[in-house]
Design a protein around this ligand. Structure first.
Ligand code: 9MJ
Length: 711
């Protein structure tokens, strides 16, 4: 059995690269739908905890497989596009969301990451603010000359909805500020107290009107009323916790700025504290968690922010989340249920994944009937290094098992209650042959996963490869989704990607075969052929990603495409690199972001006869568009290849690299004839020497900062 949710039942750590890719595609789709339901329609279809878990899973997979990150990654999207009906407002400074953490260890890591980025030692003082995370909806209030001139929802982070008239009806939002900067955007959360929520729902029910599922939906539904007199009748509140554009700084610390907002007349959360490190943050988290039930409004975690605003500015952002803040979410729930069966799913790279079929049980408000069992060691009570887990208790069909959902949306089987084990329950024997094709399933040394060796002979693998090929970040052919691919494969119409582009030629005249199939009419068949025609022209990066080569994710594909520009140049270089040596091989390895594992997999795939023949057969039907470098016109280093060496004193290597790339430079780890600029700090050695020999311009850190306008 295999389906589009390949890997969906596995934990992030268990995913193979192929499963991760499929999972990211699935998550982009599910989160996109959930986003629209939540932000645009105020009618969530999944619980907040589940949404968070999905997002966390997506981020977890991206962290493990940075190369697989999608162009339409949900991590890069804040909220959803604004609903029709309100005027749109472009935020002068983007409204951000927060990265999530679930475990204590994530918080220590957060601190470590920040220290590393800033080049701060372990003992250097680094203060954070800690405050409850209000479960409402964010709002940006713009004051000019002290007057409230505009209120806007977050929307997609860049464009929100103009809800000024409604915001003016909220008692916590001042119309006028004394002694405020000439321009001041105050950001915070609109929410509804439990008491007001209950009263509102009682009123709504009495009138036979729609009631709200929770206070957050009540707040969102009330704020986003086109008729502001309705909003005025709804008891909304507002906590201020941040700011956007300001003509003069509010303070030089986060805490100071929040205090300034309070002195200007805003409500700020009374549980906001200054903490001197992770231990203090966790202690404050425990305090807030204790107080949670008595606050009278919903919170879904605790937010930590670097207190020093100069450091916040240096830390900056990763796509849509600040590096200087994190939301520590409250955990999800646990439940016990019966394990009815263990099924094996076969993924695109042949990985055999065990899935628990459970007697349905509610966990954190969501009914769960499947959960991951990770791999064969996990079922046996061992970790992948042979260590004991769960005190060595194995898991058997019929067992009473504990299921939980935390950072991962995919429920996991965590524990087993031996006292409830039915008599005669048998030790689970993991299959050593593929349940799909009967080929041998081999577990290689050091691999936690057993894989079917059938390759394209295995229908599960072939179909999964095709599904990946037509998926959203790949060829994205309208009308040709996972279901259709399965059908076409079963009917022998397509066996490999190239076959998609000969479908019409083979069936076009006598459309009958397709038309007569269930679910297909003349119109849908023609639409499909049109959609396929449209995709004959495809960008280089998308094509490479669509091939589904192990370790070659979307980001890596685009990176490689930008580096080689044209498909022909790239394939020639792959031929040149076939022996894993020589200039073409060196060039590939020299791309910052291309490691040896990826490079070997890529070159290996192009050198493998069957695979290459299949790729060439496909490309014959396509026009591959050359890849262009990103538009960073005006940047003095756009398109330049820069190498950093020696000690940087004003920033860490990570910060230097992030800034250079943001300005359109390519950062390479080694000096070659292609290097345009070497930035050498004290202690620069062989790279500086090589640069001199090659006549490459070399600058020091200050000159570099002057060059990029940041001295
Ligand atoms: C909430 N929701 O309470 C932030 N938030 O900071 C708090 N949200 C935030 N801070 C930067 N307390 C982006 C979002």
């Amino acid at each position: 059995m295999s389906d589009t949710t390949e890997g969906a039942d596995l934990g992030v750590e268990e995913l193979t690269e192929a499963q991760a890719r499929a999972e990211l595609a699935r998550l982009a789709q599910v989160l996109g739908t959930a986003n629209t339901a939540y932000h645009t329609d105020d009618a969530p279809e999944i619980s907040d905890a589940e949404y968070d878990a999905l997002k966390a899973r997506n981020a977890g997979i991206e962290a493990r497989f940075p190369d697989l990150k999608r162009a339409d990654s949900p991590s890069d999207q804040v909220g959803a596009t604004p609903a029709e009906g309100f005027a749109k407002v472009r935020h002068s400074i983007r409204m951000l969301s927060l990265g999530n953490a679930f475990e204590d260890a994530d918080i220590t890591e957060f601190d470590t990451r920040i220290r590393r980025y800033l080049g701060l030692g372990e003992d250097a003082p680094l203060a954070y603010t800690s405050e409850p995370k209000i479960d409402g909806l964010s709002l940006s209030l713009r004051y000019e000359g002290g007057e409230l001139v505009q209120a806007a929802t977050r929307g997609d982070g860049e464009v929100g909805e103009n809800v000024t008239a409604n915001a003016r009806t909220i008692a916590d939002i001042p119309e006028r500020l004394e002694d405020a900067p000439a321009v001041l955007e105050v950001r915070g959360e609109v929410y509804m107290s439990h008491e007001d929520f209950d009263a509102l729902n009682a009123r709504q029910a009495a009138r036979g009107a729609k009631t709200f599922a929770n206070p957050r939906n009540g707040a969102a539904g009330s704020l986003r009323q086109l008729d502001s007199t309705i909003t005025a009748a709804r008891p909304l509140r507002f906590f201020a916790y941040g700011w956007g554009e300001v003509s003069a700084p509010l303070s030089d610390t986060q805490m100071g700025a929040v205090e300034r907002l309070a002195s200007l007349g805003f409500s700020t959360n009374p549980l906001t504290r200054l903490c001197d490190g992770p231990a203090a943050l966790l202690a404050h988290y425990a305090e807030i968690e204790q107080a949670r039930a008595t606050l009278g409004y919903d919170i879904d975690g605790v937010v930590y922010k670097v207190d020093d605003l100069a450091l916040q500015a240096r830390l900056g952002f990763r796509s849509t989340t600040p590096r200087w803040a994190i939301a520590h979410k409250f955990p999800a729930e646990l439940a016990w249920t019966r394990l009815e069966a263990i099924d094996i799913q076969v993924g695109r790279t042949g990985a055999l994944s065990p899935v628990a079929r459970l007697t349905p049980v509610t966990v954190g408000g969501v009914v769960v009937s499947n959960a991951t069992l990770h791999n064969e060691d996990y079922i046996a009570g061992r970790d992948s290094k042979g260590g004991v887990i769960r005190d060595g208790k194995d898991i058997r069909v019929g067992d009473w098992v504990q299921v939980y959902r935390a950072g991962d949306v995919i429920p996991k089987v965590a524990d087993v209650d031996l006292s409830k084990r039915p008599e005669g329950a048998e030790v689970y024997v993991f299959p050593t042959t593929c349940p799909e094709c009967g080929s041998e399933a081999v577990r290689e040394e050091g691999d936690a996963v057993r894989r079917c060796m059938g390759g394209l002979v295995c229908p599960a693998q072939a179909v999964e490869k095709l599904k990946h090929f037509v998926s959203r970040a790949a060829f994205d052919i309208e009308g040709l989704g996972a279901k259709q691919v399965e059908q076409f494969y079963r009917d022998g119409w397509i066996a490999e990607p190239g076959d998609i582009f000969t479908l019409q030629e083979r069936f076009g005249s006598g459309l009958q075969q397709l038309k007569n199939r269930e679910g297909w009419g003349e119109k849908s068949a023609n639409n499909l052929f049109d959609a396929i025609e449209e995709k004959r022209k495809i960008p280089f990066g998308r094509l490479l990603f669509a091939l589904g080569i192990r370790h070659v994710g979307e980001q890596a594909s685009n990176l490689i495409a930008r580096n080689y520009g044209r498909w022909e140049e790239f394939t020639a270089a792959m031929d040149g690199a076939a022996g894993f040596e020589g200039p073409d091989w060196e060039r590939l390895l020299g791309i910052d972001g291309v490691g040896e594992v990826l490079a070997r997999s890529l070159v290996g795939a192009f050198a493998e006869d069957n695979e290459r023949t299949s790729i060439d057969r496909l490309v014959k039907h396509l026009t591959v568009e050359a890849a262009a470098a990103p538009d960073t016109s005006g940047s003095p280093v756009a398109g330049k290849t820069v190498v950093f060496t020696g000690t940087l004193e004003k920033m860490t290597r990570a910060e230097a690299k992030a800034r250079a790339e943001a300005l359109g430079a390519k950062v390479s780890g080694s000096v070659s004839a292609r290097t345009d600029l070497l930035v050498a700090g004290p202690g620069a050695g062989s790279k500086a020497k090589k640069a001199t020999e090659l006549g490459i311009e070399t600058v020091d850190e200050d000159e570099w900062l002057a060059l990029i306008g940041d001295a």
